[in-house]
Design a protein around this ligand. Structure first.
Ligand code: ADP
Length: 247
């Protein structure tokens, strides 16, 4: 059998909190330009898995390799530098800055070595701001103060701030929480657009949304993978119906 090249290899990953295994010998492989959705009941370990990948939580055992680099021992900022971006549920944008400025300060070189914000507008930065603003559908809102954006637009802006760093693995935790139906549709289009040249992991509970965006779904339960495959196959799996979809 030929060996497939994956961007992310997770093998035998385990993390225990006071003897409780929140992630239990988990194996997960994600392709270079794949958008993988992770579903599963509350407490399944989905958020903990993302915490482990981005270095927020340290593994008790196992390996996380991304583009042939071992991530489990790296500090969070080095994992970001390796091309991993993570968005949490609550947007963390600069409400008093414009959309343009929020994107501009997220450019990796937009910070000086001392951490102060620098506003040097090189052509490279401007070009990337324009490209990202198009991608997130906010090209006509560049001068708008971020605090005045709708909830959905704030979420897109935060995705844009991550895109400014050109991550090769982008992880999103419930990206459509609190969005209107129209915003959910636009977010599905946005995610399909931006996953073309990167790997993505999305945690989501809204099954209609999952069907729109995912070619492959991973179902987690009790820190392990319960099922994996196309949504229609996973949806018909009696184990998945029993622990998650049937509720
Ligand atoms: P999910 O995102 O699927 O709802 P979580 O990853 O948040 O699940 O949690 C998985 C389990 O691990 C839960 O039982 C949770 O209480 C536990 N857990 C997560 N983080 C910690 C922690 N820092 N300390 C103790 N237990 C934790």
């Amino acid at each position: 059998m030929s060996q497939k090249e994956f961007a992310l290899y997770i093998e035998d990953l385990t993390v225990s909190f006071d003897g409780f295994k929140a992630i239990d010998s988990l194996n997960l492989y994600i392709d270079k330009d794949e958008l993988r959705v992770i579903i599963g009941p509350n407490g399944a370990g989905k958020t903990t898995l993302l915490d482990l990948i981005c270095g927020k939580t340290r593994a008790s055992a196992g390996s996380i390799r991304f583009k042939d680099e071992e991530l489990t021992k790296k500090p969070e900022h080095e994992i970001v530098r390796s091309g991993v971006g993570r968005k949490f549920q609550t947007p963390s944008i600069y409400e008093n800055l414009s959309v343009f400025q929020n994107l501009e300060v997220s450019f990796p070189k937009g910070r000086s070595v001392f951490g102060a914000l620098s506003f040097e507008r090189t052509e490279e930065v401007l070009e990337r701001v324009r490209k990202v603003a198009e991608e997130i559908g906010l090209a006509d809102k560049l001068e708008t103060e971020a605090g005045l954006l709708s909830h959905g637009q704030k979420q897109w802006l935060e995705i844009g701030m991550l895109l400014m760093q050109e991550p090769e693995l982008l992880m999103l935790d419930e990206p459509i929480a609190g969005m209107s139906a129209r915003e959910r549709e636009l977010t599905a289009d946005l995610l399909k657009r931006i996953c073309r040249n990167r790997s993505m992991i999305v945690i989501e509970h809204d099954m209609d949304f999952v069907k729109q965006i995912a070619s492959k779904v991973t179902v987690m339960h009790q820190g392990k993978i319960l099922a994996e495959g196309p949504m229609d196959v996973v949806q018909a799996d009696p184990k998945v119906i029993d622990v998650y979809l049937g509720h």
